[in-house]
Design a protein around this ligand. Sequence first.
Ligand code: CA
Length: 465
Amino acid sequence: MLGLLKLNWLLCSFFIVVGLTSAQPKNPFGNPLVPDMIADASIQVIDSVFYCYATTDGYDKGLETSGPPVVWKSRDFVNWSFSGCHFPSAVGQKYWAPSTAVAANGKYYIYPTINEFMYAAVADSPDGPFKLLHEPDTFYLPYTPATFLKPKGSEPPQGIDAEIFIDDDKQAYVFWQRRHAARLNADMVTVDTSYTTIPTPHQEYSEGPIFFKRNSVYYYLYTLGGDEKYQYAYIMSRISPLGPFEFPGNDIIATTNYERGIFGPGHGCVFNLPGTDEYYFAYLEFGRGSTNRQTYVNKLEFNDDGTIRPVDLTFDGVGALYQITDEKKITVVNSRASSICPDLIIKYMKDSLFRRTESFVSQFAFDGANGSRWVASPDDNDCWIIADLSKILTIKRSEVYFVRPTAGHAYTLEHSADGKTWTICGGHPDVKVQSPHVDNLDIKARYFRVKIQEGVKGIWEWNIY
Ligand code: CA
């Protein structure tokens, strides 16, 4: 009898442990580049600072809309931030795939797709403010006379996803959707009307072109498919940006990795770390489906004959590319929140092998991963999250990366020694469009609490120093 009781007790313990383990929420998104949903990223280094121009995703309306244009910046490739919008007249428009900021003629040019047509915009600084090259600096539907390509007869100026490449002889080229390419005139605005189509071995629909040169070899990368079936193929030329091209045998360099649960690596970029032979491949991933994608970066590596090796896709990122600080975050031992949004089961679109569930527990705001987040229940009108440092510590700074930061947030930051009596020590009552929201402090406390007053009720990451 005692033996049976013991066995029962053991079985119960076993089930409790299993229950706890299986209830432990997982983060299926790993650690994307920035704590927001972005797609179609173009990354470059200007004066030792990384700039990431991209499509702002996460507005839950598919291809009907987008978030506003912002530029994320980083000094180390780990800690990213943005402040406000860099193209004021494009706020409220559907804004996609802005390309890098191309330096020419003493200015910076970007080539975003706005309301599904490409435009050229200019600024004195890569931070903006950008404006259309041709006055008036306004948009209306379906398109304005300032489009980058011009209508042909009654045909609208077809095309999206401009990618600019400037060769060593200063000749500029533009590549866009459906394998199109053309020379770009020295004004960086007008396009040579003799368009060409890049001859690729795969002939299906293609967008998101990437073009770069390494060791006198030109590389043209183009997407195939979409959603979970998005992938990248490439061709190369040792002669000119417009060919003739070589067609390597193993030409799919990024595709779904089932083992790691990485689906549909698509529209991104390749960038080089200046002064090195280090190349990196950035790509969007299927994420939460539709226009709810995040962007990841892995190394791009080459064989001795110049061909590209298939990218070893991971969700871990490449870490710091420049070391600027050894400042360590304070570990948040426990956390709790006013509410937790129910799990989201993400539906597949093109691949029935796709399985993904997102959980929104409070500890996801402190796990160092840009793919996981705490989100409050939708009906929570007094939402808060508490960080417990386990003992009283001196705190210098709080950095909060809210969910959908491009729509702006207002919040209060409070501290407490006992978790009962709270004192306000930061935040702001007005809605600010930036990420992170930083409060410089010099406070001894064990607990910190953020109350969100305006904006999406969730936090990707909350760093405390
Ligand atoms: Ca997180």
